[in-house]
Every structure is written in structure tokens, then in C-alpha cells.
Design a protein around this ligand. Structure first.
Ligand code: NAP
Length: 339
């Protein structure tokens, strides 16, 4: 295993889990944050034992400052940081530019530091969109950008494509691969919730009174982090240029709600039971921007297979039902949701 790994975005949900697993393996970790003064105390509070094994650097995706220092002495990079907002931005460039420029910046500085192993956190957003007639996807599929996809989906697709082209042209010696998670759930550590966790929060806190007719694939943050680490550890030829979707299975939101009701009945008093008819979702979308975002997904199946990842990296994903239960329980245990 590499001795020192740079994890960009250690304040984030996935970045934090990657840092956690690396520290648990005895590695040294460098991590970048946008605001060191604000974020370092929070990181030190989560890993009080890490001491000098964890170094925190201030580096924004949109500026060169701090990147030389963050990469110095590292053996590998897990580039996790990227904007992942809950709402749709007014201008898509608020997402597309930092995602693309930030990835290229992280690659450029990694190359400058002589680092030859680079794992990018991409997304199923770069795999499964813009193909209206297709329900099942795997690591060989790419989102179709000609189809006018939402800005976040465009940002992840553009960033992954740009990274692959950059490595091919500028750093053929670099062993590059991506991890492409579907919607990420699992244990939470603080109230700075990732967009994906907001969905479970809203299911159990009663703020979704009716269940919309839509679904998503589920993956566990612990598996997403493990995939990054295995991709760093694996022999170069087994991971070079690979894409590693992490995905257990597709579930309708109604199935997710039912799963939480079955596995954590004491937390399920506010979990909705009744379905929202599609006509109501479309009507609400006229007034509520958040509903507008989901109406395009009503009735859609996007089942992304993670089988390739399990086979190549050699591990078995945590069952989706266990992940959803852990998510709900940790939201309540941390006092983030009152039931
Ligand atoms: P998150 O908790 O919101 O974390 C996002 C991280 O990116 C934070 O550390 C944030 O730093 C950092 N970041 C954002 N803009 C930045 C900028 N301009 N400069 C430097 N850092 C910046 O989200 P997450 O769920 O962990 O997502 C992490 C990655 O996984 C993203 O690349 C996302 O696209 C991808 N992903 C997530 C999911 C999911 O369901 N959660 C699924 C597929 C892929 P600050 O603390 O400074 O804001």
C-alpha cells in the first residue's frame, strides 16, 4: 500500500470516508480543504489520534495555490473534491468549470510531484444519462452529452472525459482510473450532509409526505471508499484506464421507504406510505424548483451494474438494505433527525 495519499476534499462525505479508511490502514494522509481555518478543527475532531499522519492543506479547485504543498511527498491521489449541490445552479458553469478545471489541476500538480497513481471520483452521472431507451448500464457506458442533461451530470461527464484525455496526452506513465458511484448512503458523521443523504433524511423526517414515482441505485460510502483504496493498491495493469461503478441495485423510493420501515420500525413514524401520482408531481413542479428537478426522472429505471468492480477489485458490496438502515440509524443517533 502507498505510504502517503492525497485525498482532495477531506471535508466531504466520500472524501472523509476515504481519509478514515486510509488512516485505519496506517497510511499518512494529505487532504485539501477550501478553508483550512474553518475545516481543520472539524477534521482533527473526527480523527483525534491521527496527529502528524494527517496533514491539511488549503487548496481550491479553481486556484493553483496550495497544490504543490498538498502533493509533496505523496505516492497516490484520490481526487474526490467536486461541487455536488442539492439544487440546480442558475449557470451550469458553476459546476462544470470547477469539476473540469479542478480535475485537470489535480492531475497537473500530481504529475508535477511525480505521482503515478491517480483515482478520480467520477459518478454514475457520467454513465447512465441521455439514453432514453436504455434501462441497464455498466462501466462501458457513457452519458450522452448531446441530450441536454442537467448541469451536475454534465459536470461529472465532462470532468471524467477531460481527465482521461489529459492523461493520454500528457502523462501516459500515470496509472489513472475512476470510481463511479451511484447515489451514496451509509453512516454519517456530522450534520454537513451530502446531497444523497438528504434524501434519506427527508424520508424519515416526514418532509416528503408522498412518495414520488422515481428510483435510484444505492451504494454504501464504505464501499465507495474501499474501491478508491483498492484501486490505489492494485497492480497497475489491473486498474489502468478502468472505470469502477459502485452500485448494489436500483430501488424505487417507495422500496427504500418500505425497507427503512421494515428494518428500523421505531424510526419510521414519519416515513411516507402513500404514492404521489405523476400528475401531482408535474403540477407541484410549476411552483417548487426542487420538484422540477425530479419530474424528468419519474418512472425512469437507471440500473447501473457494479459487478465489474466487484470482480476486478475483488470484494463484495454491502447489501443495500443494510446501507439504508445504517443511514437512517446514524442520522437519528447523531441527532440530525428527530423522529
Ligand atoms: P460533499 O460531501 O458535498 O463533498 C464535496 C467535497 O468537494 C467537499 O469536500 C467540498 O469542499 C469539495 N469541493 C467542492 N467544491 C470545491 C472547490 N471549488 N474547491 C475545493 N473543494 C471543493 O459530496 P460527496 O457526496 O462526498 O461527493 C464527493 C464526490 O463524489 C464528488 O466528486 C461527487 O460528484 C461524487 N459523487 C457523489 C455521489 C453521492 O451520492 N454522494 C455519487 C456519485 C459521485 P468544502 O468542504 O470546502 O465545500
Amino acid at each position: 500500500m502507498a505510504g502517503t495519499v492525497l485525498v482532495t476534499g477531506g471535508t466531504g462525505y466520500i472524501g472523509g470516508e476515504v481519509v478514515d479508511q486510509l488512516l485505519a490502514k496506517g497510511c499518512r494522509v494529505h487532504t485539501t480543504v477550501r478553508n483550512k481555518q474553518k475545516s481543520e478543527p472539524r477534521l482533527r475532531e473526527r480523527w483525534p489520534e491521527a496527529g502528524e499522519r494527517l496533514k491539511v492543506f488549503q487548496a481550491d479547485l479553481m486556484s493553483d495555490d496550495g497544490w504543490v504543498e498538498a502533493n509533496a511527498g505523496c505516492d497516490a491521489v484520490a481526487h474526490v473534491a467536486s461541487p455536488f449541490p442539492l439544487g440546480r445552479p442558475k449557470d451550469k458553469d458553476e459546476l462544470v468549470i470547477p469539476a473540469r478545471e479542478g480535475t485537470l489541476r489535480a492531475l497537473r500538480f500530481a504529475k508535477g510531484a511525480g505521482i503515478t497513481r491517480f483515482v478520480q471520483t467520477s459518478s454514475a452521472a457520467a454513465i447512465a444519462y441521455g439514453h432514453p431507451a436504455q434501462d441497464h448500464f455498466d462501466h462501458t457506458d457513457w452519458t450522452n452529452l448531446d441530450a441536454n442533461v442537467p448541469p451536475y451530470i454534465e459536470s461529472k461527464t465532462v470532468a471524467e472525459r477531460a481527465a482521461r484525455e489529459w492523461v493520454q496526452e500528457n502523462a501516459p506513465e500515470m496509472v489513472f482510473c475512476s470510481v463511479n458511484p451511484v447515489a451514496v448512503f451509509g453512516p454519517v458523521y456530522n450534520d454537513d450532509l451530502s446531497t444523497s443523504i438528504e434524501m434519506v433524511k427527508r424520508i424519515i423526517n416526514g418532509s416528503i409526505p408522498l412518495i414520488p414515482n422515481m428510483g435510484i441505485c444505492v451504494t454504501d460510502v464504505r464501499d465507495v471508499a474501499k474501491a478508491h483504496i483498492l484501486a490505489i493498491e492494485a497492480p497497475a495493469d489491473s486498474v489502468r484506464d478502468e472505470r469502477f461503478p459502485t452500485s448494489v441495485k436500483f430501488m424505487w423510493i417507495g422500496e427504500m421507504a418500505e425497507c427503512i420501515r421494515q428494518r428500523a420500525p421505531e424510526l419510521s413514524g414519519k416515513v411516507p406510505k402513500r404514492r404521489m401520482p405523476d400528475w401531482l408531481a408535474h403540477t407541484l413542479a410549476l411552483f417548487m424548483p426542487e420538484m422540477k428537478q425530479i419530474t424528468g426522472e419519474l418512472g425512469n429505471v437507471r440500473d447501473v451494474s457494479g459487478k465489474h468492480t466487484e470482480e476486478v477489485l475483488g470484494f463484495t458490496f454491502i447489501p443495500a438494505e443494510e446501507t439504508l438502515e445504517v443511514t437512517a440509524r446514524s442520522l437519528v443517533e447523531r441527532g440530525i433527525v428527530k423522529v
